[in-house]
Design a protein around this ligand. Sequence first.
Ligand SMILES: [Zn+2]
Length: 306
Amino acid sequence: MKKRRRRLLLFVMVCAAMVIGYSLFNKEESTTIPPKQAAADGTTTQDGGELSGDSDAETGENAESEAPAEAESPAPTDESKSGSEELPSDQPSHEGNNAEGEEQTEDGLVVIAQPADIAVLVNKQRKLPEEYNPSDLVYPDVRFIFSEKVEKRKLRQEAATALEKLFSAAEDDKVMLAGVSAYRSHSTQQKLFDRYVKRDGLVKARTYSAFPGTSEHETGLAIDISGSDGKCAAADCFADTKEAKWLAEHADEYGFIVRYPEGKEKITGYQYEPWHLRFVGVDLAAELANSGETLEEYYDAVPVTQ
Ligand SMILES: [Zn+2]
């Protein structure tokens, strides 16, 4: 009888020890688990929402689809690129993309000091000054999917000349391109954005339309391109066309880059946009084509994750 009681007591003690141990372990675990990452990575389209100002395309749907899941990884850092004085002399100037002389607004965005720099970095964290309007906009002599001579046909002089060469080289390879949308003034972007905010509210609007001042189209250095038939204009299906393949292979030879590449969504803050080309000049375009870097990585900028 005594033996049984002792065994029972031992059993109870073991159980109690297990319960205490288990709860301690759980407590420990719950304090070390990092806060849950937001499911959505916040990448959006640069063009979808903006384009819907010109067409009836429903863009919210497109903007909400998520980029493929991938591990969060910070942009690689390379000290040698952060200071312009350390650059070899044949490098393009980083002027205008240094933090120096740039102020931060109350909404957390940096106002770009040198907006006219050909290699300017404009993204969701870096906006053009309110009053900035490119001074050398021209109409490039290339095919567009529309015939009107309107603002969105314009590009800055240097980009326009380069685009004409690009279109002509593509045609030599039997690839017929057409412009979809190039320059967009600050006031146009502001009007579009205001319309979306009125319709869907600020939070939703920001998921599919660029905040005024942060669209590359406002620089006069960016253009959306499709095939001459206009099919898949600024749409995901453009990725599988021969026109997209030609652009991916040859755009850098004329100073353009595919600004929002596949797999870099968390660095650029935008979904893959094989149609959105950005002029940066031949030297920088060649360098980026070689390294596979985005403009954000090139400048050691903070990855845009939302
Ligand atoms: Zn675009």
